[in-house]
Write a protein that binds this ligand. Structure first.
Ligand code: GZL
Length: 306
């Protein structure tokens, strides 16, 4: 060939094999989050796809900055887990105008315009809240009055909004009273701090509903420091099923856990490859997950990946 004018421009254009993906992660606030990050990074490494990874330290403005940076770098696909549901339309329109497809993982946005992203891969958080509530109805079937305190996730986050809603969808008997509810920001420290305050102002707590294991583990520390026995004097139901939570469940300090799988990496790689190849992708992919009793945790612990 003489003077071939074509050739690879070196940019990461459509169809060439060096796909580049920009990923904006919420932060590293919980065991779930670190497991999610590990799984996504290893899935992209296994697939030989370059992943530009940004940790937003749970700040929306950092995610917006990262997405703008990915647009400047002209990545092939942008993926992110929105720390809160609202406030994304402007930057998602910028990505759309730049012709860069966006994939939501883990958490949802409340944008009316669903053309702003090609797919949302993650759990059904309302169902998770309902599963926790179903267990509560069974566990307290023979109890006349049940005082519940709720440790909510990050204010404005889809899992916090939906787990609160799902729980209230099924825990409807007037004998149940949510006597206190406050965000612990999905962190162990936050859960401990809020539970300490709950214990000081509420002498008679029967149950803690924590939106994730980490806040439940923090609540255990506060309950023990108050001279009470977690899992017995005060029962605890949480969501996630990360290793530390499952250990506490097996040890009887937590009573029930609703699983929320962080293992989204392989499915995200599949969506990215389809999008770059111009193939259709499902607009909503719900992750498979289950629930665990104390006995099931003892069985499952040896095989848990995270
Ligand atoms: C749920 C995820 C939540 C986890 C928390 O998909 O967004 O954020 O339940 C994590 O542990 O911090």
């Amino acid at each position: 060939l003489t003077g071939c004018a074509g050739g690879d421009s070196g940019s990461s254009g459509e169809g060439d094999d060096n796909i580049v993906v920009g990923f904006s992660q919420v932060g590293a606030e919980s065991g779930w989050r670190t497991a999610n990050t590990t799984d996504i990074k290893s899935a992209f490494e296994d697939a030989g796809i370059e992943l530009k990874f940004s940790d937003a330290q749970q700040k929306q403005e950092n995610q917006i900055k990262a997405i703008r940076s990915f647009i400047q770098q002209q990545v092939d696909v942008i993926a992110f887990s929105p720390v809160v549901e609202s406030g994304w339309d402007t930057v998602l329109k910028e990505a759309k105008d730049a012709g860069i497809p966006v994939v939501l993982t883990d958490r949802a946005v409340d944008s009316e315009d669903e053309s702003l992203y090609v797919s949302f891969l993650g759990s059904d958080f309302i169902l998770e809240g309902e599963r926790a509530g179903d267990w509560v109805n069974t566990e307290f079937a023979d109890t006349d009055q049940v005082n519940i305190v709720e440790l909510q996730g990050t204010t404005g986050a889809a899992p916090a909004n939906d787990r609160a809603e799902g729980f209230r969808n099924v825990v409807t008997d007037p004998k149940f009273e949510i006597i206190a509810t406050q965000t612990g920001d999905f962190t162990r420290a936050g859960g401990k701090q809020v539970m300490e305050a709950f214990l000081k102002s509420n002498p008679d707590i029967d149950l803690v509903y924590a939106h994730n294991d980490d806040m439940g583990l923090g609540a255990i520390e506060a309950i023990e420091a108050a001279g009470l026995v977690p899992g017995q004097d005060i029962k605890i139901v949480t969501v996630d099923a990360v290793k530390d939570g499952m250990q506490a469940l097996a040890d009887g300090k937590i009573n029930f856990i609703v699983e929320c799988s962080p293992l989204l990496g392989a499915q995200l790689v599949e969506i990215v490859e389809k999008v770059v190849a111009g193939e259709d992708v499902e607009s909503r992919i719900v992750t498979e997950e289950t629930t665990f009793t104390q006995e099931q945790a003892i069985e499952a612990l040896p095989d848990r990946q995270y």
